[in-house]
Design a protein around this ligand. Structure first.
Ligand SMILES: [Zn+2]
Length: 407
């Protein structure tokens, strides 16, 4: 079946009224004839995002979602500082909308992710972004992204944003602060775009790494709300679709990239139009576990340790397949590996699925730098603490993978 999300796709990169985006989503989703439609909406906590939340409610949620109570429809909502995706949120939302009507056919789950930026006309100058007169006082908007860019702030939400902005070997914060790479006037807008793109990627990783309660077609939409004195507008930065109607988990992405230095700004009827080299191309989402598996294969360490040799000998004689002996052997092997080769071990464990997908960015960083042994050990400790929860098959597979690499 052809994707019917074409009218949403056509909006990508263009600043449009909130209502227009909600309507395009409404009509596109309706044309997919899903027996059940669910929605999750992630925004920043900032009160200026109320308008964006309200418009999705009025233009989409109230028409398409099941009634939670009599004539009351509601999206699953996440609002926090900076609009950060919280791991497992899309899974919980999916679970809520896995209603009996969705079981036999499928449901469509919209995961809309908004970051935001203020736009203010300036007397004498054209305009400014990221600052406005809130209640008559100059105020950053988005305040959380402003904290991230100002640097030197160590708070949980800033660290969390920074991890995403630093992911996959790109220092996007430095790029945003470098006038040679990003025009300072547009840095707050580009920061918001990059942020929603990266948070959407986290949601997609989360979705791809588990089995939903009922077959689901996911639409993950990174957007930026432009908070204006008049009605707010919105830029759809891209769209991921994951067609899980037949159980597939492959993500297809179309839209803008996540590097701020790649964006180019233009104007269309007095509104922003952003382009970059990725716009208009469709590509498959990356498989982060496979990426780490490949990397692990090229960074094998030769480790000689008597304790590991004994575990290997047991595995070679298939002893680990008896009773729950694999778990016993893991209990021996994991602390040894944490001691002698924590980084390669944690990479293999992640590739195997034994480390939660929420560690994806962290694992990429550890694998790239090959020096944060403390973090690698912490993750290995977590695996060790959960050995009892591993099924015998999983324990065997993980053990084989871990010891086969140290010949
Ligand atoms: Zn904000």
């Amino acid at each position: 079946m052809m994707s019917s999300m074409e009218s949403v796709k056509a909006l990508i990169g263009s600043e449009r009224p909130l209502r227009e985006v909600a309507q395009a989503l409404h009509f596109s989703v309706r044309s997919m004839s899903a027996p059940v439609v669910g929605a999750m909406h992630l925004t920043c906590s900032d009160e200026s995002e109320h308008e964006c939340i309200d418009m999705l409610q009025q233009g989409f949620v109230q028409y398409l979602l099941p009634s939670l109570k009599f004539a009351r429809q509601s999206a699953f909502r996440l609002a926090n500082l900076g609009g950060r995706y919280e791991w497992s949120a899309a899974r919980l939302a999916e679970n809520h909308f896995a209603t009996p009507q969705a079981e036999n056919r499928f449901k469509l789950l919209l995961v809309k992710i908004n970051s935001h930026v203020a736009y203010e006309e300036q007397p004498g100058k054209k305009f400014r972004l990221g600052l406005w007169q809130r209640y008559g006082v100059e105020s950053a908007c988005c305040g959380a992204l402003a904290q991230l860019l100002s640097g030197g702030v160590r708070l949980p939400h800033v660290d969390d944003l920074a991890e995403a902005f630093d992911s996959e070997g790109h220092d996007r914060i430095s790029a945003l602060k470098d006038p040679a790479r990003v025009e300072p006037l547009y840095a707050p807008l580009y920061a918001a775009m990059v942020s929603s793109r990266l948070q959407a990627r986290k949601a997609v990783l989360d979705i791809q790494d588990y089995v939903p309660g009922s077959p689901t077609y996911y639409v993950v939409l990174p957007c930026v709300t432009v908070n204006r004195a008049e009605r707010d507008t919105e830029i759809v930065c891209g769209m991921y679709t994951i067609d899980g109607r037949e159980g597939g988990t492959e993500a297809v992405y179309t839209g803008l990239g996540d590097l701020p230095e790649g964006y180019e700004i233009g104007w269309e009827h007095g509104r922003f139009r952003i382009t970059d080299e990725h716009l208009g191309l469709e590509r498959k989402g990356r498989d982060h576990r496979a990426m780490v598996r490949e990397r692990a294969a090229t960074s094998r360490l030769k480790v000689h340790d008597d304790r590991l040799e004994r575990v290997r000998a047991d595995v070679a004689r298939n002893k680990h397949k008896h009773h729950s002996h694999a778990r016993e052997l893991l209990r021996i092997a994991l602390p040894v590996l944490a001691e002698v080769a924590p980084i390669p071990a944690v990479m293999l464990a992640f590739a195997d699925g034994a480390v939660g997908i929420h560690h994806a960015f962290k694992i990429h960083r550890i694998a790239g730098e090959m020096k944060d042994t403390d973090e690698a050990r912490r993750i290995l400790d977590d695996i060790e603490a959960q050995i009892d929860q591993l099924s015998p098959d999983r324990a065997e597979a993980l053990l084989e993978l871990l010891v086969s690499d140290y010949k």
